[in-house]
Design a protein around this ligand. Structure first.
Ligand code: HEC
Length: 139
């Protein structure tokens, strides 16, 4: 009788351990960021014409326009973003999963149904590329 219970215990324990392994090995980044909309053809394939050096100027533009919601390191934890639904995205994470073309299109046109406005009405294209160079430095 006792042996039978022990066997059950071992069975349950191994199930719990296996389940734990399965959930931690799933793609955690993709879970946080979700599915991204494909880049519209007019923007697809664009790369930053100003290069990595633009990150220095981009840091200042980001600080003035994006930090309040996205946070200093772009982790989506700025003070103005805490009450927003959906919350501002973690840009440090997002940038590892997407191209310059996506970022340029998304920052320019914003995202309907969220607090993310179309920045093409506020910033120049050069400033947006500078921000993208800065976002590329975030971890
Ligand atoms: C008023 C708060 C606010 C400000 C300011 C703001 N954002 Fe956002 N941002 C958001 C929110 C909210 C989202 C939507 C998150 C989502 O859909 O999950 C977002 C989403 C994004 C996304 C990802 C959208 C996606 O899902 O593909 C990028 C990239 C981004 N912001 C960049 C910027 C940049 C760059 C600036 C500054 C020029 C900026 N944001 C300023 C609130 C803000």
């Amino acid at each position: 009788m006792k042996k039978k219970y022990l066997l059950y215990l071992i069975l349950v324990l191994s199930w719990v351990i296996l389940w734990g392994c399965a959930t931690t090995s799933s793609n955690a980044n993709a879970d946080v960021i979700g599915t991204l909309t494909p880049v519209p053809p007019d923007f697809a394939g664009q790369t930053n014409p100003f290069g990595e050096e633009a990150a220095v100027a981009g840091a200042a533009v980001f600080k003035n326009n994006c930090e309040s919601c996205h946070g200093r390191q772009g982790h989506g934890d700025g003070p103005a973003g805490t009450a927003l639904v959906p919350a501002p995205k973690n840009l440090a994470l997002l940038q590892t999963m997407t191209g310059d073309d996506y970022l340029f299109w998304r920052i320019s046109f914003g995202k309907d149904g969220t607090a993310m406005i179309a920045w093409k009405d506020v910033l120049t294209e050069e400033q947006i590329w500078q921000i993208i160079a800065f976002i590329r430095t975030l971890e």
